[in-house]
Design a protein. Structure first.
Length: 178
């Protein structure tokens, strides 16, 4: 089994969303190496389906990539102890104004495990009910409903570039939820 053992570490930056660490690790061959890691409490992502079968996405501007993306509803865990299912329900409500009757775990997704500690807990939701908007004050999203065919056409055209969205869709399809 492969491994790396942390020998020492130093926090280089503490931010609002994440912290940056500079760690020294022991490799399995006895040598040492440096690892720079962004530590983050984790996140959730929800692929939600309306009663008519259309899938619910959100369109929002993502500053880090300097463009608007179409993606599943998602958000960070408030802490490493927060229950991912509760966070998923919270994020679905905040971003779309929807609650769900059923929330099914899909998988955990590591978007960039070479440098980012974040694991995203992906869920499938259905039995949606609109209960009213509850957005974060610094988040501007527009809900978008698409059929699976419409989503796959956008994916084939290279217009869907968010990894958690592609992963959630693929796993939900493999599990025959869509």
């Amino acid at each position: 089994m492969h491994f790396e053992k942390k020998l020492s570490g130093e926090k280089k930056f503490s931010g609002i969303l994440m912290d940056v660490y500079h760690d020294s690790v022991l490799l399995e061959n006895g040598r040492t190496a440096v690892r720079e890691v962004l530590r983050y409490p984790g996140a959730v992502g929800i692929l939600a389906a309306a009663d008519d079968g259309r899938l619910l996405f959100v369109r929002q501007y993502r500053y880090a990539v300097s463009r608007e993306l179409l993606e599943i509803c998602a958000g960070k865990l408030d802490s490493t102890d927060e229950d991912p299912a509760e966070a998923a329900r919270r994020e679905l409500r905040e971003e779309t104004g929807m609650t769900c009757r059923r929330l099914i775990p899909l998988c955990r997704y590591c978007g960039s495990p070479g440098a980012l500690s974040e694991e995203i807990h992906l869920f499938f939701a259905d039995g949606l009910e609109y209960v009213g908007d509850d957005p974060d004050e610094d988040e501007f999203v527009t809900p978008v409903l698409l059929s699976a065919d419409e989503f796959e056409a956008l994916l084939a055209e290279g217009k869907i570039t968010d990894g958690k969205t592609v992963t959630a869709y693929a796993v939900a399809k493999a599990k025959k939820l869509i």
